[in-house]
Design a binder for this molecule. Sequence first.
Ligand SMILES: *Cc1c(COP(=O)(O)O)cnc(C)c1O
Length: 377
Amino acid sequence: MPELHLNTQAVHAGYEPEKQFGSVSQPLILTTTFERENGVPREHIYTRNENPNRISLETKLAILEGGADAIAFASGQAAAFAVFQAVLEPGAHVLIPDDCYHGIRTLFAQVYQGWQINCEEVDMSVVSHVADAIRPETKLIWIETPTNPKLKIFDIQGIAKVATDKGIPVACDNTWATPFFQRPFELGVDIVMHSTTKYFGGHSDILGGAVILREKGTIAARIRAIQGTGGGVPSPFDCWLLNRSLATFPLRMPVHSSNAQALAQFLHHQAAIERVYYPGLPTHPNHEVAKTQMQGGFGGMLSIEVKGGMEKAIELAENLQIFTHATSLGGVESLIEHRRSAEGLHPRSPDNLLRVSVGIEFVGDLIRDFEQALARL
Ligand SMILES: *Cc1c(COP(=O)(O)O)cnc(C)c1O
């Protein structure tokens, strides 16, 4: 068969109607343990190690991202943690972006405290900054692009080349762009991480994560062992639900993105908005890089800074009627969040910054909602 399109894979990959009943929708295999035959395990043994719903999900995730293997976890954080556990060791140095999901910073600051891991933040907007920061003991370069919450864009191919020349693995958190818009493996990345809680789940009702590997090998085997033995696994029901959500993922993404593009352009012209962060705007400092490494759109996330500080920002968020003031992102419904309040002990976001997850509602309604909310400021 010729290679199938992403939309077809999103529907079919990982499952064929099963033999017992010919069930078209995959049955939910709610069991922790599996019967042995004459003392020998048949296919599966125990759900922490594997479960048919999880195998289907992992097969689909690997195909959608274009990798050789996918390993599912109970959250995005558990997935990121598994990557760090697999490639770092005491004395290791790791580079992370100076703007990235705050939970990644927090993992190094809190959980890895005392493990002698040296985590250095770099502004990766310029590739040479990454090259200059590499040391003999650098064991991992962690990219996230576009970043959370400032939508910085990093040249994936440029960074991957610098790292590969030195034999250092590169991991990319592809949660915001998703393989619909951005394909890190084709740009030289070794490991892709996802919070499947976001666009893959798409309905704000499943927590999950995944690590996808470009090649099977030592790192893949270590992460697989961390999954089964560490035990941070998703339940069969979460795998089933996520698998079902993935069927419509390629249909949702272009709507998220075109809505965000239109809203970003509208907000860019509003006097009450000091700044719009969106890689699809020509004013974005790395718009040209975004254009070369993202295809078909720039994603559904944007951030804004509101004139008048934190008070006005929160007032704007509260004035909106369709956008819900809540954290998280990637669901069908639009959300807005005063980001600084969600960043825990050491917040970094400017206090007038609102992060917007643009949903798949009718874009005219979303823009009109902002018009009325801005008029009441
Ligand atoms: C949400 C998020 C995470 C963490 O994922 P959880 O599923 O909440 O653990 C990591 N990276 C990015 C970019 C995210 O948006």
